[in-house]
Design a protein around this ligand. Sequence first.
Ligand code: PGA
Length: 253
Amino acid sequence: MRRPVVAGNWKMHGSRAENTRLINAILEASDEPACEVIVCPPAVYLWEIGRQLKDNRIALGAQTLCADSQGAFTGEVSGAMLKDVGASHVIVGHSERRALYREDDALVARKFVAAQAAGLLPILCVGETLEEWERGDTEQVVARQLDAVLAVAGVASFGRAIVAYEPVWAIGTGKNATPDQAQAVHAFIRARIAARDAMIGDGLRLLYGGSVKAANAAELFGQPDVDGGLVGGASLKADEFVRICAAATSGRA
Ligand code: PGA
């Protein structure tokens, strides 16, 4: 049985005070969550938010990392640094990083490896753009993104990772994939990993991301290959986020 996971990607939002308020509200509103919950605040707030998560009910994740471990990489943050300030997870290959900062499949694969080398659990994002979706290229794109990581890191590395399917056309648009659409792509991803190692494919946790909210979470998470969500906008509202976490738990009950 795969334990459900909900990760909140706060992106570049909020101040120190606002993010502290947000995490306190989430902690207050959530009982002992039966699913795994991860929050991913902006890098500069990781340490402080981590202090507030002291009982480890909620895990701390970063939104990206440098592919290199140290040196002359102005402005970058290494996996070891993230680990040092208390992160246990890191998002790798988010579509905003791929599109806005030109992170290609090869760089994403290097970041995946760097995350694991630092002892972090990567949350690898894959997903097609609107154009690719309309052309019917979803499986081809997702396969290419997965294969790039498999080629460098090997299938065993997926035993220490989470994969998030995030159709780019659904991110921040209010337009989520239907549960059937999400399930079809999740099944495809699982089968692709399982073809190389059945046990790792079966145990791999697959999150759906793209306009997840409390109103659609239960239906999405109720799909057999959807093990939770990667939540952007709705993770900035404590009540909404806690309701999404509850849906992840009950969806699998
Ligand atoms: P969204 O973002 O929930 O706001 O669509 C998801 C994401 O970017 O991970």
